[in-house]
Design a protein around this ligand. Structure first.
Ligand code: GTP
Length: 943
């Protein structure tokens, strides 16, 4: 092998299918198909293509090119081609004319292909193999002997041939490899191909084609492939193989055509012997046919046309070749033999079947949105021009970069007979924000979800228990109820779902987490107590959530119960009973004595009917976690309220930042269920972690996807926690107003006395700023509580504390939820601050700027003054009007105002770096040597 070849080998050694395909501007699939045809199957586009494989593919292409070239030559009226057949008979003539061509061809091929040596070797091996084969095939010694003789003669003459056939061999070697592999692929063709190769001699004959023929001959060698085929075509292949040798070897002498000519004869002879058996016949006929138009097997038809003497033989050959065709190898790739040999000849005679492209159109494509013509073409494994043509035929003028809408994509795909699966990606990571719109026809009525709220001890829990145990659950009555965060009761064949955690805290906490679970709220007010602060809170929380309210006036069994007083009191909060002209439903109940419960439930159903709560139960489940905990036995457990779709055992889901697969599902009656529809509370196991109450819940295709989404959600949450606060604050209120994000400024007022609250409400109500409105969503007396903060968080409100402060939990919650809490002692200041915030005129923000540092070197204690620190300014400067902090060992031990700065005994305004000075600090005298006194000022920063 030449250096060049080595190099090329190295280079190609690690070529992967896709890279190779790319280098040829072809698809990996096409290359894989070709490799398969060449009996060189690869796994996929990432498979490495060995040099040999590359060579074979290249050979394959080269053959195609040569065929085309031959065809062109023929079309241009090349006399030699048409004359070729005759020459065969007179081998001597042909050689001359054909030789030059052959040389060229061989040279052309030589580079990338195998060397002559290889070819001859292969030939030899072929020969060696063949004899054996032929022996096997030929039952009679006579028949076998000729072939053997042929073989031996070929080997003997191979030297000659190597010189004269050097040309050929090279050619044949190269093309031989290609075709050989080809033939190897095709069972029958293989056999025939094998025959032809011998016809390599024939190659010479056909002039230009001779080269090819040689190539084919070479192919055979590998024709090992061809040999395999023999099984199918047995006789022919074997015989063909034999002949070639004979012929091929003869040829060398005569060269090219001469050889071809000889072969036929030579082949004929042996073949003649063989023929009797038929195998020889065909083989020869090949040879002879070759000579003519070099038609290898396939060329039979041509041969016939040409009217060779060998017609008969040809016929037999034809049979063989015909068979190949019949074998259903319609295109060139399928019939390499044809191509290589007969194919070329055919072309010469314009009989080559038209080249067909491999149809690798996919059966189905997945479309995830609009795409360009080019992208669609790629997806369809088509040229963009084909797609454009289709578009034009549909009346759409498009360019390759033109975006196609979904309808057009579907249309084009159907034109190509390709099925389309549309997969539009949804914002799966933030699935709680995705609103699914269902067809009205898919919706069915679902039970309303009810929350009970009210003041402490007004009977919320007793009422919930009373309802739960009310004999309204039909068959379920008496069943052991489970605490799963919610339960369902049935009245008049209609179900109602009650959330089991009473109180507006839980309600608002859920809301603050973005969960809108409740459809209806019941405000419980004890008839013997009246409207209390938490009653008002509950009302305000329900109103802020925009949820309908039903008032349950409880404890009416008590002697001092005064339901009318309650009604009266609640009118102040815009809850006016129907009988008084309002639209709020009031129901008198006694939770303890279970009075009025049915009426209460009926009223709930009435409100539900008016609001027509519906859901689609026939889709994947979505809902909200109402409670979750780590159970010792079951692991993480979540109580979930299914709000849309149906949750089934085995469903993979995401809950907040957790994921899992529903392992078991239990309903509120403690029964294991397999499916839960809308408004159904269930307890599920199968989670990997414990989610939070209020976390959104949704089912996904598989656990892997659920895990990926849960992971991304937790990353996103961490990032958003680190990121900017999205809650409104007075500092950025104006920005929100300007950006049109805020139209209502929600405010919660807490003050020391009711009078102050009212005064504040009145004053704030008078602020009129264009584009924004003040809305007091809640006000009350007492400390700012966690509940206030939750409400503010859920309603994006600001909390104003007038002469009150937040309690410890509220303080913590405010920091956590980033709720803006403003504490004031003067009403005027509150009004001014709000007004200025709305106008964007709040005082500027201040930022600390360090001026310099001084190190304490000595301490002088004076009875009158206290302590004076003898310092050296080590950086910047110390100015008299700055603020200072004393830092000891990196820890700030004091922060305050600078009192005096002296140089010697004089007060100075400032001392610069490198100078000594005496410093006193207001209300601080505990200096220690080595302390650092840092001077700083607060500078205003523009908002
Ligand atoms: N007489 C009478 N007592 C009632 C009625 N409803 C509740 N109670 C009593 O009122 C007290 C408080 O009832 P709960 O149900 O615990 O009240 P709650 O609103 O859930 O209280 P918290 O959970 O502390 O907010 C209990 O002693 C009940 O027995 C009623 O209809 N009539």
């Amino acid at each position: 092998m030449s250096k060049q070849q080595d190099n090329s080998k190295d280079n190609k050694d690690k070529t992967r299918v896709y890279e190779y395909a790319k280098s040829l501007n072809m698809s990996s699939k096409e290359i894989i198909t070709i490799l398969k045809r060449l009996n060189l199957p690869v796994n996929n586009h990432m498979s490495v293509m060995e040099t040999e494989m590359v060579n074979k593919v290249e050979g394959f292409f080269r053959d195609i090119k040569q065929n085309a070239a031959a065809k062109r030559a023929q079309e241009s009226g090349s006399a030699t081609v048409s004359a070729a057949p005759q020459p065969q008979a007179q081998s001597a003539n042909k050689p001359q004319s054909s030789q030059p061509v052959q040389k060229n061809l061989s040279q052309d091929r030589q580079g990338p292909m195998n060397s002559i040596k290889t070819t001859s070797e292969t030939n030899q091996s072929q020969q060696e193999q063949r004899p054996a084969q032929s022996q096997q095939e030929n039952s009679t010694p006579t028949s076998s002997s000729p072939s053997n003789a042929g073989a031996s003669s070929s080997s003997a003459s191979s030297n000659n041939s190597s010189s004269s056939s050097n040309n050929r061999p090279q050619n044949s070697g190269n093309s031989g490899n290609r075709q050989g592999s080809y033939q190897g692929n095709r069972p029958q063709g293989g056999g025939q191909g094998g025959n032809r190769p011998q016809g390599g001699g024939g190659y010479n004959r056909p002039q230009g084609q001779g080269g090819q023929g040689g190539g084919q001959g070479g192919s055979r060698p590998q024709g090992g492939g061809g040999y395999n085929r023999p099984q199918g075509q047995g006789g022919q292949g074997g015989q063909g193989g034999n002949r070639p040798q004979g012929g091929g070897f003869n040829r060398p002498q005569g060269q090219g055509a001469g050889q071809g000519g000889n072969r036929p004869q030579g082949g004929g002879a042996p073949g003649g012997n063989r023929p009797p058996q038929g195998g020889g016949g065909p083989a020869r006929s090949f040879d002879s046919s070759r000579p003519a138009p070099t038609s290898r097997g396939t060329a039979a038809a041509e041969t016939n046309r040409k009217g060779n003497n060998t017609v008969n033989k040809n016929k037999s050959t034809n049979n063989g070749s015909q068979k190949r065709f019949d074998d259903g190898k319609p295109n060139f790739r399928t019939n390499p033999n044809n191509r290589g040999k007969g194919g070329r000849n055919n072309r010469n005679h314009s009989q080559q079947p038209p080249r067909e492209k491999i149809d690798n159109t996919p059966k189905k494509i997945i479309v995830r949105g609009t795409m360009t013509v080019g992208d669609l073409a790629k997806l369809l494994h088509k040229d963009a021009s084909e797609v454009i043509k289709k578009l034009i035929s549909l009346g759409v003028m498009a360019t390759i970069n033109q975006e196609l809408d979904m309808d057009t994509i579907l249309l084009i795909a159907s034109e190509f007979g390709v099925e389309v699966e549309v997969k539009i990606p949804v914002e799966e990571d933030t699935f709680e924000t995705v609103e699914e719109v269902d067809d009205e026809a898919d919706l069915s009525t679902r039970p309303p979800v009810v929350t009970i709220m009210g003041h402490v001890d007004h009977g919320k829990t007793t009422l919930l228990d009373a309802i739960r145990h009310t004999n309204v659950t039909g068959g379920e009555a008496g069943g052991i109820t489970q605490h799963i965060g919610a339960y369902q009761v049935e009245i008049n064949h209609k179900k109602i779902t009650f959330l089991d955690t009473p109180g507006h805290e839980a309600f608002t906490l859920m809301r603050a987490r973005g969960a809108q679970v409740t459809d209806i709220t019941i405000i419980v007010v004890a008839a013997d107590d009246g409207v209390m602060p938490q009653t008002v809170e509950a009302v305000n929380h329900a109103k802020a959530a925009g949820v309908p309210i039903i008032v349950a006036v409880n404890k009416i069994d008590k002697p001092d119960a005064d339901p009318d007083k309650i009604k009266q009191a609640l009118t102040e909060y815009e809850l006016v009973p129907e009988e008084w002209g309002g639209d709020t439903i009031f129901v008198n109940v006694s939770a303890k004595q279970r009075l009025g419960l049915e009426e209460l439930l009926e009223m709930i159903l009435l409100v539900a009917e008016v609001n027509d709560y519906k859901a689609n139960s026939d889709k994947r489940a979505r809902g909200t976690v109402i409670e979750a905990e780590l159970d010792k036995g079951k692991g993480p457990v979540a109580r979930v309220l299914v709000q849309h779709g149906s949750l089934k055992i085995g469903d993979a889901f995401v809950a907040g930042n957790c994921f899992g697969r529903v392992r078991a599902m239990v309903n509120d009656k403690g029964r294991r269920i397999k499916e839960a529809g809308p408004s159904t509370p269930v307890e599920i196991t199968g989670l990997t972690e414990v989610p939070l109450a209020g976390d959104p819940f949704m089912v996904f295709e598989d656990e892997r996807k659920a895990r990926a989404i849960a992971d991304r959600r937790s990353i996103k949450q961490r990032q958003s926690e680190l990121g900017a606060n999205s809650r409104v604050t007075l500092d950025d209120l104006f920005k929100h107003i300007q950006e049109g994000e805020i139209k209502d400024l929600n405010i919660i007022i807490k003050s020391d006395v009711q009078g102050s609250t009212e005064a504040l409400k009145g004053s704030l109500g008078k602020i009129e700023i264009e584009g924004v409105r003040i809305k007091i969503i809640h006000s009350g007396v007492g400390a700012i509580t966690e509940s206030d903060i939750n409400l503010a968080a859920a309603s994006n409100a600001i909390v104003i504390g007038f002469n009150v402060r937040p309690d410890a939990q509220a303080d913590q919650a405010a920091q956590q939820e980033k709720v803006d809490v403003r504490l004031h002692r003067v009403i005027y200041n509150v009004i001014e601050e709000i007004e200025q915030a709305m106008k964007g005129m709040l005082d500027p923000i201040f930022k600390e700027v360090v001026q310099g540092q001084a190190e304490v070197r000595n301490i002088f204690k004076l009875s009158k003054v206290g302590a004076i620190a003898g310092c050296m300014v080590i950086s910047g400067k110390i100015t008299r009007n700055s603020e200072v902090r004393v830092i000891r060992g990196g820890i700030v031990v004091f922060e305050g105002k600078l009192d005096t700065v002296k140089r010697f005994k004089d007060d100075v305004k400032e001392v610069a770096q490198g100078y000594e000075c005496g410093i006193t600090i207001e209300r601080f005298s505990d200096f220690k040597e080595g302390d650092i006194i840092e001077a700083f000022v607060m500078e205003s920063v523009e908002r």
